[in-house]
Design a protein around this ligand. Structure first.
Ligand code: ARG
Length: 565
């Protein structure tokens, strides 16, 4: 969507400066305080080319440019040229647009005919979903929703870690110490086998060899190996799906690393033919020293492939299958080197689309007490975390609003939403510090706060009880609190675009906090429902628009918006 107000300002400035539209557009800012105007153009960069102080340029431009509708006033304030909109026209445009487009407000067509592949969550089978798989799932899911809203065709892929030497280890452990009845197995049981394997392998060096043999058998399609591996995978998927269902997250495809087993040979052959690889210590590698990276390992000395080999094959496959315009890997920062290597290899293989691959990395999620760990014994299972969030919210509802209808559903929406929001409101490359009291606080910058604000607005609309109309006198929305709210509502589509550009869902969560703060500020200092019918009608239209934006934004983040709490 194009900001029509901004566009007018850009064209006015273009006439009086030597700058091109794009340059002007990039410079224009929205002053934090409306007293400084609704849009501002900083004159610093012009000052360099014109060799005049920016304050002087600003005042000269203010004299030269005469305001046109819907701009009321153009004023120089220090080095800035500030534009003041006609509030009545502005409010009318914004509120009518939101009320016409409802759920579609924010959607765009810039992605039409373009495909984005998103690789997210991608846990390893036979292990519990780890916290970084949760972060990846939530960020990936939000990016999926964002790009979809912008018109892109999205393909969400769960690149399961279902291949590698560890499955040889698991097979050996199961055959030696496992209970025969695999039917009853859970991931916890599989985990125990891993632990046992590593304990025993310290005493018996042959076990590792045996494990490698079994993985080799697996790569060669041995019946027994395949049957066991399949079962391990099914057991794992059962738990993964349970968690994804709780989170409301879906994938278009669960295509794990094993899927590329039949393709890796050809991939390696192509790499060899290009003369990119060499043998080092009996392994096949690609030397990346020239690019300041350690070598990329393609085959171990026993001929088995590696994580990177399968990622290269997967990228080739996805390019052929989806002809993507962009491929996004949502994976923790600790794999930065891995993706740099993979992207470099793809580039060296001659694929121009290698440039369209992006590693969207993110920081850790830490508990206030320290890093959540599956190794140190302080195991926090994701499923338990989500269940606990719901239980805690249930308790709060029982205390505060015991007569609420659909208590279970609301507790679920708010509990799960609290975890999602906590994750997505932190800038993705920062660590998330998870602390129950903060995450569930209805008055903090949290999911429950945003959902509660939404429910509160719904309750005002229920009290109003009549249909919302945009046939109102827009001049009645004149208080600063009203204008500030309408201004922030107008920004929603642009925040969405920006969050796609920077792969940053936190821009949306923080934006929603801003909307909530502004609508609450209005609500706390002005009466929405009063005896003055016209005023009520106008304020109701604005409240309804705020409700709509909160709902749209929450949906993008993957959260529900309960209408009562
Ligand atoms: N399974 C990997 C892990 O748990 C993440 C996979 C990410 N996706 C990829 N295409 N490498 O660390």
């Amino acid at each position: 969507m194009i900001d029509q107000f901004r566009k007018i300002i850009v064209s006015l400035l273009k006439e009086k400066t030597d700058l091109i539209e794009d340059e002007i557009d990039k410079c224009i800012e929205i002053p934090p305080d409306s007293k400084m105007g609704d849009y501002a153009f900083p004159c610093f960069s012009l000052s360099k080319t014109l060799k005049k102080p920016p304050n002087k340029i600003a005042s000269e431009l203010a004299e030269q440019i005469s305001p046109v509708n819907p701009i009321n006033e153009i004023k120089a304030i220090g080095p800035y040229l500030n534009f003041f909109l006609d509030k009545k026209i502005f409010s009318e445009v914004v509120l009518k647009k939101i009320s016409n487009e409802t759920d579609l407000y924010g959607s765009d067509a810039i992605g039409t005919d373009k495909t984005v592949v998103i690789d997210y969550s991608s846990p390893n089978i036979a292990k519990h979903l780890a916290v970084h798989h949760l972060r990846s799932a939530l960020i990936g899911n939000a990016l999926y929703n964002i790009y979809k809203e912008l018109g892109y065709k999205c393909v969400g892929i769960n690149h399961l870690g279902d291949w590698g030497t560890q499955f040889g280890q698991l097979i050996v452990a199961y055959r030696k110490w496992g209970e025969k009845n695999l039917e009853k197995y859970t991931i916890t049981d599989l985990n125990k086998l891993y632990v046992k394997f590593h304990q025993e392998a310290e005493k018996d060096i042959h076990l590792e060899d045996e494990a490698r043999e079994w993985f080799k058998k697996l790569e060669n399609g041995d019946g027994e190996a395949i049957a066991l591996w399949k079962r391990f995978k099914d057991i794992s998927l059962l738990e993964f799906q349970r968690v994804y269902k709780m989170l409301g997250i879906q994938f278009d495809a669960f295509v794990g690393e094993s899927f590329y087993n039949t393709m890796v040979d050809d991939t390696v052959l192509r790499i060899q033919k290009k003369g990119l690889s060499c043998i080092s210590e009996q392994a096949l590698i690609i030397d990346l020293e020239r690019y300041n990276m350690p070598p990329c390992l393609l085959r171990k000395k026993d001929d088995t492939t590696l994580y990177a080999t399968r990622d290269i094959a997967a990228a080739e496959y996805r390019s052929a299958e989806y002809h993507f315009d962009k491929m996004i890997y949502v994976v923790g920062s600790e794999q930065k080197l891995h993706f740099n290597q993979v992207f470099k290899v793809l580039e060296l293989m001659g694929y121009d689309w290698a440039n369209n691959c992006v590693h969207v990395d993110f920081g850790l999620m830490k508990f206030k007490e320290g890093r959540m760990s599956t190794r140190k014994g302080m195991v926090v299972l994701l499923e338990d975390l989500l269940i606990e969030a719901v239980e805690r919210i249930k308790k709060i509802i029982e205390e505060k609003n015991p007569s609420l209808k659909d208590k279970e559903i609301v507790a679920n929406d708010v509990g799960i939403g609290a975890v999602i929001f906590a994750d997505l409101s932190t800038k993705r490359n920062k660590d998330v510090i998870f602390d129950w009291d903060t995450v569930l606080n209805f008055e903090g910058e949290t999911g429950p706060y945003v959902q509660y604000t939404h429910a509160r607005l719904c309750s005002i609309l229920r009290k109003y009880g009549k249909a919302v109309t945009s046939n109102i006198d827009f001049a009645l929305l004149k208080e600063d609190d009203a204008i500030n709210l309408i201004k922030v509502l107008w920004q929603y589509p642009f925040v969405l675009l920006k969050s796609a550009q920077f792969y940053e869902p936190s821009l949306i969560s923080n934006y929603l906090i801003d909307v909530c703060a502004k609508v609450n500020k209005f609500y706390n200092s002005h009466r929405v429902l009063s005896e003055d019918d016209d005023l009520t009608k106008a304020r109701i239209l604005m409240v309804n628009a705020a409700r709509q934006i909160i709902k749209n934004g929450l949906k993008i983040l993957g959260m529900h918006a309960p209408t009562e709490m």
